[in-house]
Design a protein around this ligand. Structure first.
Ligand code: SF4
Length: 309
């Protein structure tokens, strides 16, 4: 019987063969499983991956992430075939902002700019002036002419931005990330007590009481950069645990600690090597968008890339 190691190596070889045959590129988010990050051509955060998907030359993109990421790639590059290896890899936060509810909500704020975190559905993006990612949000919102900002769907990222940009008036939708919402501040304080010099690096999707304990708040790529450039040796990492793979690879001599129970996004972890193989082999699951809807959503993502330059 074939050993597990041999099976994995065999799958990787098959994936590389199919990738070449189909002129495909594999993109993976930092929250994906380590073996998916290893097989990927590009690993990054939502902003970097969406930019790469738009600029790359390949005909086929296998997007190892969640649905809104693959849809964003399709919105920006309709001529490319975008594959999401697991059809039900969604984002519960994005699902908290329903098109009809948002459509009603924004009617009360006709003078406000409607800003959507990229973690939102294609339909909701059609209602927005501009999309943002956690790494681009502050710059984009500062540059908007409107004083009033309707921000959705993440109340935590929105709350963080409201603190950073007090000259704007934020109206927040009440969504949140189920993975980042459950961090217990006490578990951070418990590590801090044992290692007072450790740096607390926090994703802005965390609630305020967790952000208040941070030495640094930033996107996944921001957290990786901060830890890599820092002279400190010990870091408490407060975001989805998939980021550890890149952190440890870039910083083998540093120590990374996770507060409390590991923070795992079950949707990000759905994609396996077998799914990537089957996705390329059978060209599934292809993202297909209604062209009118795509064109309306395109504006908000195009504005994101323009305003973040
Ligand atoms: S980590 Fe949170 S925001 Fe990211 S995909 Fe998972 S549920 Fe959505």
């Amino acid at each position: 019987m074939e050993s597990e190691d041999n099976m994995v190596e065999n799958l990787k070889e098959q994936i590389l063969r199919l990738k070449k045959e189909k002129n495909a590129v594999i993109l993976a988010h930092y929250y994906q499983r380590p073996e998916i990050q290893e097989i990927a051509d590009i690993v990054g955060d939502s902003y970097y991956l969406s930019k790469y998907a738009q600029d790359c030359k390949e005909d086929v993109i296998v997007f190892c992430g969640v649905l809104f990421m693959a849809e964003s790639a399709k919105i920006l590059s309709p001529e490319k075939t975008i594959l999401l290896p697991v059809y039900d890899a969604g984002c519960p936060m994005a699902d908290m902002a329903d098109y009809d509810d948002i459509n009603d909500f924004i009617k009360d704020y006709p003078d406000a700019a409607v800003v959507a975190y990229i973690n939102s559905s294609t339909e909701v993006k059609t209602l927005c002036d501009v999309c943002v990612t956690s790494s681009s949000a502050e710059k984009i919102i500062r540059n908007l002419p409107q004083k009033d900002i309707v921000f959705l769907p993440d109340r935590n990222l929105g709350g963080y931005l409201a603190e950073k940009i007090p000259e704007k008036n934020f109206i927040l939708w009440d969504g949140f990330c189920i993975t980042h919402e459950k961090v217990d501040p006490k578990s951070i304080l418990a590590i801090k007590e044992k290692m007072p010099k450790s740096q607390v690096l926090v994703h802005p999707e965390c609630p305020k009481e967790v952000r208040d304990l941070a030495d640094y708040i930033g996107s996944t790529s921001g957290i990786i950069d901060f830890a890599t450039k820092s002279d400190e040796a010990d870091f408490i990492i407060v975001t989805e645990e998939g980021i550890m793979h890149e952190l440890k690879q870039k910083n083998p001599q540093k120590n990374f600690y996770v507060p409390g129970k590991t923070m795992t996004c079950i949707n990000m972890k759905k994609t396996t090597l077998k799914d990537v193989y089957e996705s390329l082999d059978k060209m599934k699951f292809q993202i297909d968008l209604d062209e009118d809807v795509r064109l309306k959503a395109f504006k908000s993502l195009e504005n994101m890339h323009k305003l973040s330059r």
